[in-house]
Design a protein around this ligand. Structure first.
Ligand code: NAD
Ligand code: HSE
Ligand code: NA
Length: 436
């Protein structure tokens, strides 16, 4: 029989919505098994909810509307699944300063106040775990923070928002509008309380900030991340991608960039829609699934794939963190600290090298291509491929560029859109991956 200490690890749960209710269910239902894994009983001492009378499924004596009081009570670990910045930030700082470990899935808070929370944890010796905050159930932050701590990560790129991936997958396969599928994503528990966080890219940008911070040992906050959401994606963008045997995904891209005369290193962290070849491994990631590529100098390419949203999958990550924090309590130690020593500068989006796909309807007459090519040349943007298809009196022209400064590409598109011979700019989007 394994040895088990009798003093329980006391746990408070804040929030009992999509994720919190799954965590409560598992804590109450699997208590024996969790205790065996931790080496001590896990005692859920209270659950803070907005309206205790609305939770007949939970033991009445555990419910409270006083989250602050629960944080101040005699607990070892606080699990926070409410979301948002205030008042949660204050509660978690209080908990950490008093030496209580914190487990949270709150990416919005971490992407803005990660440094403050981490410092509070370090000072008191408490743990701060947040695997659920990025890519739900997928173990990703622990691999970045621990398994790859001896390697040099060069790039992290992937699909980190289930709601938008669910919407884009449906737009691609059925031609549905994003409004139609957003309701379904909300019903399934993927969407944030305010779905603008998903469709405008804020959620993915918070996750990108967290990923870049851990990957590059550099504190990156949400405001450092260039962000575009999916509300501007039209049916013509989807069709333009399909014509090139590509599909549209909202990607978070975090990479080291060394360019310029001194080749000094910086990091580029961004979230925006991207056209990728349908043969690309990320193209096959559908629904609320997430997938993240990590490229490291010695390890090479790694891919992490799985359920990135939803109550039960996210609860898996939360409980994994709880077991880690509780084991540390039992052993009298603490988990690994974050290392943010590299402090690399964050490169502005305009200076980041990207590639564009531009689809235009142009007049079908001599000299048009030359005029358009001239605008690219003026902005020092090199063209990788041009495809033309005739339609009655106009021609459909598709241009894919080589890598260029994003600002130069944007200026090129602005100038081209003003040419008399350009009837319509049908679609403009960044591209990743090589066509096979
Ligand atoms: N749903 C997911 O798939 C998912 C995945 C990963 C991370 N997360 C993160 O987990 C957190 C919770 O997400 P969710 O989807 O469960 O949200 P949710 O909106 O379903 O649940 C939040 C709950 O907190 C409650 N609450 C609000 N203020 C409170 C207060 N003062 N005291 C007590 N309870 C209060 C709300 O009533 C609600 O029930 C968020 O930070 C979210 O970003 C969610
Ligand atoms: N709203 C988020 C939840 C998971 O973090 C998503 O759709 O991915
Ligand atoms: Na995760």
């Amino acid at each position: 029989m394994s040895e088990r200490r009798q003093t329980p690890v006391r746990v408070a749960l804040l929030g009992c919505g999509t994720v919190g209710s799954e965590v409560a269910r598992r804590l109450l239902g699997d208590a024996e098994e969790l205790a065996a894994r931790v080496g001590a009983p896990i005692e859920l001492t209270g659950i803070a909810v907005r309206r205790p009378d609305k939770h007949p499924e939970l033991p009445k004596e555990l419910l409270t509307a006083d989250a602050s009081g629960l944080v101040e009570s005699d607990v070892d670990v606080v699990i926070e699944l409410i979301g948002g910045i205030e008042p949660v930030r204050g509660w978690l700082l209080t908990a950490l300063r008093k030496g209580k470990s914190v487990v949270t899935g709150n990416k919005a808070l971490l992407a803005e106040y990660g440094a403050e929370l981490s410092a509070a944890a370090s000072e008191s010796g408490a743990d701060l775990y947040y695997e659920a905050a990025v890519a739900g159930a997928i173990p990703l932050l622990r691999p970045l923070r621990e398994s790859l701590a001896g390697d040099r990560i060069t790039r992290v790129m992937g699909i980190v928002n289930g709601t938008t991936n669910f919407i884009l997958s449906a737009m691609d396969s059925t031609g549905a509008s994003y409004a139609e599928t957003l309701d379904e994503a909300t019903r399934l528990g993927y969407a944030e309380a305010d779905p603008s966080a998903d469709v405008d890219g804020y959620d993915a940008a918070s996750k990108a900030a967290i990923l870049a911070s851990l990957a590059f040992h550099t504190r990156v906050t949400a405001s450092d991340v260039y962000r575009e959401g999916i509300t501007g994606i039209s049916a013509s963008d989807i069709v333009a991608a399909q014509r090139l045997n590509r599909t549209v995904k909202l990607l978070a891209i975090c990479e080291r960039v060394a360019e310029g005369p001194e080749a000094s290193e910086s990091v580029s962290v961004r979230v925006h829609p991207v056209m990728i070849p349908r043969t690309h491994q990320l193209a096959g990631v559908g629904g609320a699934f997430n997938a993240v590529y990590v490229e490291a100098e010695a390890a090479g390419e790694l891919m992490f794939y799985g359920q990135g949203a939803g109550g039960a999958p996210t609860a898996s990550a939360v409980l994994g963190d709880l077991v880690a924090a509780a084991r540390n309590r039992v052993a009298g130690g603490r988990g690994p600290r974050e290392s943010m020593h590299a402090a690399l500068p964050v490169r502005p989006m305009g200076e980041t090298p990207t590639r564009y796909h531009i689809s235009l309807d142009v007049a079908d007459k001599p000299g048009v291509l030359a005029q358009i090519a001239q605008v690219f040349a003026v902005h020092d943007v090199s063209i990788a491929a041009v495809r033309q298809r005739d339609k009655h009196s106009t021609a459909s022209l598709v241009v894919v560029t080589h890598l260029a400064r994003d600002a130069a590409l944007e200026a090129t598109v602005n100038e081209i859109s003003k040419l008399d011979v350009v009837r319509e700019v049908v679609s403009v989007m960044r591209v990743e991956g090589e066509d096979s």
